[in-house]
Design a protein around this ligand. Structure first.
Ligand SMILES: [Cu+2]
Length: 187
């Protein structure tokens, strides 16, 4: 009977030792992340963007472009994008509409950058759509974009704005009528 009273003390000591060990492991993990992090590679860590740019726009929709390059040996998939310059952002692709014209629409499944390869975001091809700019974006302004990958890792880049006459594609919204955004706000 008396031996039982000793148990809680030793159990508690064991628990606190375990907690200390966990804390040490956790701090080692943080140190590893802070250095080169070769063994904790994320999808974002292998990606760079070359020649990023955004089309100048006073209001409404515009788009961001560039060449995503994957220097890792693992495929990376961009699943979403955000920017303080727009209220929302979508990943877009070009596809033929029912009438045969090419329209842009949300790219389901995200944008894949193959291992050791590139994926070009270009007017007339895949692009990052700023759905409604929060204030005019003038040539020379800088737009910040954050990409989120399938593994939830993120990558931030800045893109200068340019004057560009193209990239005026019709937008195929969820109602697939190719309507413009202003009609969606009717209440
Ligand atoms: Cu678009």
């Amino acid at each position: 009977m008396n031996m039982r009273t000793a148990r809680p003390t030793s159990t508690r000591r064991l628990t606190s030792l375990t907690a200390a060990a966990v804390a040490v492991v956790a701090s080692l993990g943080l140190t590893a992340c802070g250095s080169s992090g070769a063994d904790v590679a994320t999808q974002a860590s292998g990606i760079v963007i070359e020649d990023p740019w955004v089309k100048e726009a006073d209001s409404g929709m515009t788009a961001a472009f560039g060449v995503l390059r994957n220097d890792s040996d693992t495929e990376a998939v961009v699943v979403s994008a955000t920017s303080p310059s727009t209220s929302s952002m979508e990943l877009h692709e070009m596809a033929p509409h029912d009438d045969g014209d090419m329209v842009m629409r949300a790219k389901k499944g995200g944008v894949t950058i193959p291992a050791g390869g590139t994926h070009t975001l270009d007017p007339g091809a895949d692009h990052l759509m700023l759905m409604d700019v929060t204030k005019p974006i003038k040539a020379g302004d800088t737009v910040t974009v954050t990409l989120t990958f399938a593994d939830k890792s993120t990558m931030k880049f800045t893109a200068p704005a340019r004057t560009f006459a193209g990239a005026n594609e019709d937008y195929q919204g969820d109602d697939k009528s190719g309507t413009d955004m202003s009609e969606m706000g009717d209440e």
